[in-house]
Design a protein around this ligand. Structure first.
Ligand SMILES: Cc1cc2nc3c(=O)[nH]c(=O)nc-3n(C[C@H](O)[C@H](O)[C@H](O)COP(=O)(O)OP(=O)(O)OC[C@H]3O[C@@H](n4cnc5c(N)ncnc54)[C@H](O)[C@@H]3O)c2cc1C
Length: 444
């Protein structure tokens, strides 16, 4: 059961949370499933993907059951950094090398995902502090700047709505030299977005069960049986929207996702005039093009939130957890390097979550086995993409022809290559990033 103590205090003097710093847990839950029920479509997992899929299926007249092991929004959906972005995961030069032919379709998919999710927020009237600022992949060294310039050209060539910008002219903090401005999307409070979707779900015709972990999904000729502790659902079709947790379900295609733990830290409030002294005059989310990215964003509560740099793997089952001290200390060091004039600004809170990485770095959707579908794996970019992917899959299950954006990520067969992500490779990537940072500090 996920209901562990919400917070502890680590050695760094930061309050750690095993949930999210963006929102409180709900105080009331949907019922647990007990006994047996039937439905047209059972959705497993109540994150953005599962909730959006269930809502769309119900809108289209299906009888839908959604099963969530914690509460809807418990996973990455409430915890993320809040960048609503039209970017794909992965370096554009790498993507262009691996998927030159597919790239324009993938870019169109990611761009439409950002616009779709933006309009979903409006359509459902979710108050989630959304600011349509766009986001910047910003360089912190001359070589990164050259790299981002090339990336901007590749992305534009493939049809992306981006432009290369100079840091100072654009209003980035002075340590950020410039980079790729993604015009679509912006920044929001993901906890409020996820719990707003949950409110819409609970008010809809979807039969939602929380604190109901799915133990097994067994397909048969006319549908599938979904087993939970104390009950089961007979469904014609099943959607797996279990993201990083997919690995724990035997029905999931082997090697489909590698769960990776990602951490975030938030500072104490900073006076606006002090923030202005950093040169950060344009309110925009920043991500760096390191091998493992760093992200920095302002929040509506006057703080700066930052994250990633060091990632952790999951040797065992995924449970609730807090970030560890080493990771938080490293993130704080990075923050002080990028914002030298804010050296006295203290970190206050830290939390993290599991993301699902796929070996292709691309989102994936398809049929795991007869009557069991998946829409998963947004590689740390699911805020915009997961609701869109869930909705596109729902439309297909409701009888529509496969949308061209769903086709862009659809897997004909549920076969996945082994992942290169492991504790040693992630540590090596972090070490390379720190060595290149040090090299550029010596030779500005
Ligand atoms: C720290 C962090 C920062 C991030 N920052 C960003 C960002 O700025 N922008 C961005 O686009 N993306 C970001 N992401 C990624 C983004 O949060 C995810 O891609 C997105 O939330 C995925 O949504 P989802 O619905 O697929 O999965 P989740 O939100 O993980 O939902 C999966 C749900 O399935 C449930 N579940 C799993 N197994 C079972 C089971 N057996 N039975 C029942 N229920 C089950 C889980 O409890 C969970 O609620 C970040 C993620 C993290 C963790």
């Amino acid at each position: 059961m996920y209901d562990v103590a919400a917070a502890g205090v680590g050695d760094t003097g930061v309050t750690y949370s095993a949930f999210s710093g963006w929102a409180e847990r709900p105080t009331e839950f949907a019922p647990m499933l007990e006994g047996e029920t039937t439905c047209d479509i059972a959705v497993v997992g109540g994150g953005y993907a599962g909730m959006a899929a269930a809502l769309r299926l119900a809108e289209r007249g299906a009888d839908v059951v959604l099963l969530e092991s914690g509460f809807c929004g418990w996973g990455g959906s409430s915890r993320n950094a809040g960048y609503l972005s039209n970017a794909l995961a992965g370096d554009p030069q790498l993507l262009n090398t691996l998927y030159a032919r597919r790239l324009p379709g993938l870019i169109r998919y990611a761009d439409r995902a950002a616009h779709f999710t933006e309009s979903l927020i409006g359509r459902l009237g979710i108050e989630c502090e959304y600011e349509p600022t766009g986001n910047v992949i910003a360089a912190v060294s001359p070589s990164q700047l050259r790299h981002t310039k090339r990336n901007a050209a590749i992305l534009r060539g493939a049809g992306a709505d981006v432009e290369f910008v100079e840091g100072r002219d654009f209003g980035l903090p002075t340590t950020f030299l410039g980079g790729v401005f993604e015009r679509a999307g912006g920044l929001l409070n993901p906890g409020k977005f996820a719990l707003g979707l949950r409110d819409a779900l609970l008010a809809s015709g979807v039969r939602t069960y929380e604190r109901t972990a799915v133990r097994a999904v067994e397909p048969h000729a006319a549908g599938a049986v979904v087993s939970v502790t104390g009950g089961r659902v007979r469904a014609e079709r099943v959607v797996l929207a279990t993201n990083a947790y997919s690995r724990d379900l035997a029905i999931s295609p082997r090697r489909m996702v590698t769960p990776i733990w990602t951490s975030l830290v938030e500072t104490e409030p900073i006076a606006p005039e002090r923030l202005a002294t950093t040169g950060w005059t344009r309110r925009v989310g920043i991500v760096t093009p390191h091998t493992i990215l760093e992200n920095y964003r302002p929040t509506p509560r006057g703080t700066i939130m930052f994250g990633t740099r060091r990632l952790r793997t999951a040797p065992g089952a995924l449970g609730a957890r807090e970030p560890d001290d080493t990771v938080v200390a490293d993130l704080v060091r990075g923050f002080h390097e990028r914002f030298p004039s804010l050296g006295d600004v203290a970190p206050r809170r830290a939390w993290g979550g599991w993301i699902a990485m796929t070996s292709s770095l691309l989102p994936v959707a398809g049929e795991a086995t007869k009557n069991v579908y998946y829409a998963i794996g947004c590689n740390g970019h699911g805020l915009a993409q997961s609701p869109y992917l869930g909705t596109l899959l729902a439309d297909r299950l409701a009888g529509d022809r496969t949308h061209e954006d769903l086709a862009a990520v659809w897997r004909a067969r549920p076969r996945f290559a082994p992942s290169v992500l492991s504790a040693p490779t992630l540590h090596a990537a972090w070490t390379i990033d720190r060595l290149t940072d040090r090299f550029h500090r010596r030779r500005p």
